[in-house]
Design a protein around this ligand. Structure first.
Ligand code: URP
Ligand code: ZN
Ligand code: ZN
Length: 459
């Protein structure tokens, strides 16, 4: 069926204007004033609402075997939560164990998503080991449409690679025109500082951020961007949390390194005091890099506004408080790292970014959609409202008022790090490739309709 969205205020990375959007099949085909609805079209009245391109979360962990457990969502719950929150495309991190072949890891992640995902998706292909066999398989995986790698300069013994592997991964990425995303920390410093803190009896949740201070992250960024500089690779720093790390990234950019930066909604709004909450409540706020001193937040907001930080993601990594976070009651190093946010990213960014005047609407669209589409080879199929783009649209009601709560969220996790936070706005209708997937906060789409997106590099 055709779809007509009437009278909404279309907001893209470049423009704002009122017009109608006509979608045929999966695609936007016309954008004009006053399109007359034919009888065979579903018509959505968007008067008084914004129409945004479907939002893109460039960093999620729907399926993640990690720290002796598994993240709680699957591709059904995770993508339905994403859609309710206005996110129509996700990039999940494919993170094979070091002992696993890259090909087996890729097939495993694909099998998790197929038949379950309700929104479109791609993967960043985790390079957790680099040897001739991995190289051959990575070349095939890139040719199959996965045009980004992910590496970890942390999690010693799990996903982390050594410097020689890093060098060869970036050389391959540079040859293939693939962007490499990295978790930047110095893993030796982390493990030495963890051991020291535990030895001194510091076992509680507040020790987590003591073990990973800003310099640990800045050191990782410096290390990664140095390797990028010497290999000519294009790189992307995931979950940047603080001033010191940002300064290193910007220094590299000034030297000519092609480095893009992601921050998270968690770092913009939450701070390290939350990880210090008593009665082990702080465990809900344990993630890596850790939540930082509040003084970092205006620096991150300003960098977003000024285009120095390119994207806002969630790093969605849902672990229940009961039974999972609790694994670290006696030892903070055993708390599964991660904070869920996939369902709430857009409403929080709109409420605390746009409504407060920190971001204008076009910057909001850039950092939550268009920039990720451009960096990761999906633009203008995604991240745009143009004839020819996928009809992924978010009809957004700026007059909605509500509060976030784990009692009614769709993410399959037993707490919200944003419990009780007010939101001023939410998607009233969300479409994916021309079909309505969400109405008034309820998923009405089809599980399994989401597609693995085939991406091609610009070369
Ligand atoms: O604490 C985090 N960030 N957990 C998810 C894994 C990662 O490092 O991205
Ligand atoms: Zn990470
Ligand atoms: Zn992550």
């Amino acid at each position: 069926m055709a779809l007509l969205i009437k009278n909404g205020e279309i907001v893209t990375a470049e423009e704002r204007y009122v017009a109608d959007i006509w979608c045929e099949g999966e695609t936007i085909t016309r954008i004009e004033k006053d399109i007359t609805p034919p009888s065979n079209a579903e018509v959505i009245d968007a008067t008084g609402k914004y129409v945004f391109p479907g939002f893109i979360d460039p960093h999620t962990h729907i399926y993640l075997p990690f720290m002796g457990t598994y993240s709680k969502d699957d591709y059904a719950t995770g993508t339905q939560a994403a859609l309710i929150g206005g996110t129509t495309t996700i990039f999940d991190m494919c993170c094979p164990a070091r002992s696993m072949e890259a090909r087996s890891g890729f097939e495993l992640w694909k099998a998790q998503a197929e038949g379950k995902a309700a929104c479109d998706y791609s993967f960043h292909m985790g390079v957790t080991r680099f040897d001739p066999a991995a190289e051959a398989q990575l070349r095939e995986i890139v040719a199959e449409g996965i045009t980004s790698f992910k590496i970890f300069l942390a999690y010693k013994g799990a996903f982390g690679i050594d410097d020689s592997e890093l060098f060869h991964t970036l050389r391959l990425a540079s040859e293939l025109g693939v962007v490499t995303a990295a978790h930047c920390e110095n893993e030796t410093l982390v493990s030495e500082m963890q051991a020291q803190l535990l030895k001194n009896g510091m076992t509680g949740t507040g020790a987590h951020h003591e073990s990973r201070p800003p310099r640990v992250e800045a050191s990782g960024v410096h290390h990664f961007t140095t390797f990028a500089e010497l290999t000519g690779a294009s790189v992307y720093i995931v979950h940047l949390s603080c001033k010191e790390a940002l300064e290193e990234a910007l220094r590299a950019r000034r030297r000519g390194v092609n480095v893009r930066v992601e921050t998270l909604i968690q770092y913009l709004l939450l701070d390290k005091s939350m990880a210090e909450l008593p009665d082990f409540e702080g465990a809900k706020y344990v993630m890596s890099p850790p939540l930082r001193d509040k003084a970092n937040q205006p620096i991150l907001w300003d960098a977003l506004r000024d285009g120095l930080i390119n994207t806002v993601a969630t790093d969605h990594a849902p672990f229940d408080f009961a039974g999972q976070k609790e694994m670290g009651r006696e030892d903070f190093t055993k708390i599964p790292n991660g904070i869920p946010a996939l369902e709430d990213r857009i409403n929080l960014l709109y409420t605390y970014g746009v409504k407060t005047g920190r971001l204008d609407l076009s910057t909001f669209v850039k950092v939550a959609s268009t920039n990720a589409a451009k960096i990761f080879n999906l633009y203008p199929r995604k991240g745009a409202i143009q004839p020819g783009s996928d009809a992924d649209l978010v009809i957004y009601d700026p007059n909605y008022r509500g509060r976030i709560s784990a009692t009614n969220h769709v993410m399959n996790v037993d707490y919200s790090a944003f419990e009780g936070w007010e939101i001023s706005g939410r998607p009233s209708v969300v479409t994916v490739r021309g079909e309505v997937a969400v109405r008034d906060g309820k998923f009405v789409g089809k599980p399994g309709r989401g597609q693995l997106l085939r991406r091609v590099t610009k070369r």
